[in-house]
Design a protein around this ligand. Sequence first.
Ligand code: CP
Ligand code: NVA
Length: 311
Amino acid sequence: MSDKTPAIRHYLQFSDFTADDYAYVFARAALIKKKFKAYEKHQPLVDRTLAMIFEKASTRTRVSFEAGMYQLGGSVVHLTTGDSQLGRAEPIEDSAKVISRMVDLVMIRTYEQTKIEAFAAHSRVPVINGLTNEFHPCQILADIFTFIEQRGSIAGKTVAWVGDGNNMANTWLQASEILGFKVHVSTPSGYEVDQSIAGIRSAESYKVFKDPMEACRGADLVTTDVWTSMGYEAENEARRAAFAEWCVDEEMMRVAHPDALFMHCLPAHRGEEVQAEVIDGPQSVVWDEAENRLHAQKALMEFLLLGRQTN
Ligand code: CP
Ligand code: NVA
């Protein structure tokens, strides 16, 4: 790697890319997926290294980034809070300066968004948000790629969000402003989305519903997430009581558009935020959604390191 700092782009939230960037990344993800399915090599990142830093647990994010980077010809370093100096209070800025001198790309899963922003501000290489308390852009990247595969453009469609006003909900709101769709949000009171935390410009792309059934009415996609996100476990009991009515069930799917899809970023708790009949039912695309983390993030890593490719 050169000592000169090149112009770098980070992916810290969904709004870091334009609609035009997304059009490119989705098309590229489709091509990369097609090659993968045909056992055709696609290795533009030979000799490049990705550092993955996990301060929270993960299955999909770890496997998709790690497998994806190897498939692209590169390699991976895996760090956690417990096995690095990050867990012993080394300043995030110092960690960023050191790690980014040794690798080409960094993916971080952490708590506050301010932490990943501090890391990125001191990094010489692109930084990707692998989930923070506020956002989960890689997941929505894969979700929208999945929607497009199944139903075509998401522009003008309606997504129903049922459950917590959390990192996934915030990211859906950002995506709706950029890609031109509507989000119907239904959360229990006390767990609403906050426009300023979601970082959206206006309230035009979303509508709030008290009744989750009304949020789902006519929706093209119904989606939810765990009642208690990582880092909020102390609130578990209070959340179980507050969220009891926010379980996506067959009745909600029936009032949605007849062609509606069901998505869940996983891990899921059947019988809590979603009925088993829905997540394991015919409208659910959760396994494609999970697999598409791999393809979408391969396109993302290639885009951040090499820009737009034509071959
Ligand atoms: N959806 C998701 O990010 O899964 P993991 O927590 O397993 O990475
Ligand atoms: N909202 C969840 C998503 C897990 C992938 C969490 O932050 O724990």
